[in-house]
Design a protein around this ligand. Structure first.
Ligand SMILES: [Zn+2]
Length: 214
């Protein structure tokens, strides 16, 4: 059964596994790698999405690149824009143009994804002095704090994934738990909690497991 748009968007907003947020080496700012976002879009939409570069302006005389991308999910689409400066002298270092194009397109992609609030819950604890401190966004912080019971206890809704062994529909928590097994392709190796093979279970954080067993 295919997910409807509402379910897909809810899945996009869901928190990522512990340790997903990384910190830039130069300025220590928190971020989530592009691959993580792409992986989530892939799984949430069951690969039914499309990314299109709508506009790419490479302005060499003025040394900038501007990009607009469009993400399509179901019958809906959202745009994102990105901008990058071409450093140095493009005539002697043409590679800088390619780098700027990559940056501008990447940024556009992230801007579009951001409109789905992807990763907001994960980044909020690090942005309390910024946007996450706004009272209107308090709910993002309330559902966070993976160390406490919040993460696992929430959301028991079915998500249309079935266990390979018993065919039971997984709860959202069970689906999330599979994402915590390193290098497991949960799209293919889908198990309910009871049927996760022991050698995989051993790779899951003990606290998380205990919470689950309780
Ligand atoms: Zn099962």
């Amino acid at each position: 059964m295919e997910r409807d748009y509402k379910e897909i968007v809810a899945e996009l907003k869901r928190t990522f596994a512990n340790g997903t947020v990384q910190f830039r080496s130069d300025n220590n700012r928190p971020y989530i790698p592009n691959q993580v976002y792409t992986d989530r879009v892939e799984s949430a939409t069951e690969s039914r999405w499309n990314l299109e570069i709508k506009e790419l302006e490479i302005n060499v005389p003025h040394r900038y690149v501007k990009s607009i991308v469009k993400i399509e999910i179901d019958v809906y689409s959202r745009d994102g824009y990105g901008f990058a400066v071409i450093p140095g002298d493009p005539a002697t270092e043409p590679k800088n143009i390619t780098t700027a194009v990559d940056q501008a397109v990447n940024e556009a992609y992230l801007t579009a994804l951001d409109s789905y609030q992807m990763g907001w819950r994960d980044l909020a604890p690090y942005k309390k002095n910024d946007w996450a401190g706004n009272p209107a966004l308090q709910h993002l912080l309330e559902h966070m704090n993976p160390g406490k019971e919040a993460k696992i206890a929430h959301s028991k809704e079915a998500i249309h994934r079935t266990c390979l062994v018993c065919n039971k529909v997984l709860t959202a928590d069970e689906w999330e738990l599979l994402s915590q097994v390193p290098n497991l392709n949960r799209e293919k190796m889908t198990y309910c909690f009871e049927h996760i093979p022991d050698h995989l279970k051993r790779k899951i954080n003990k606290d998380t497991l205990r919470k689950f067993e309780a």
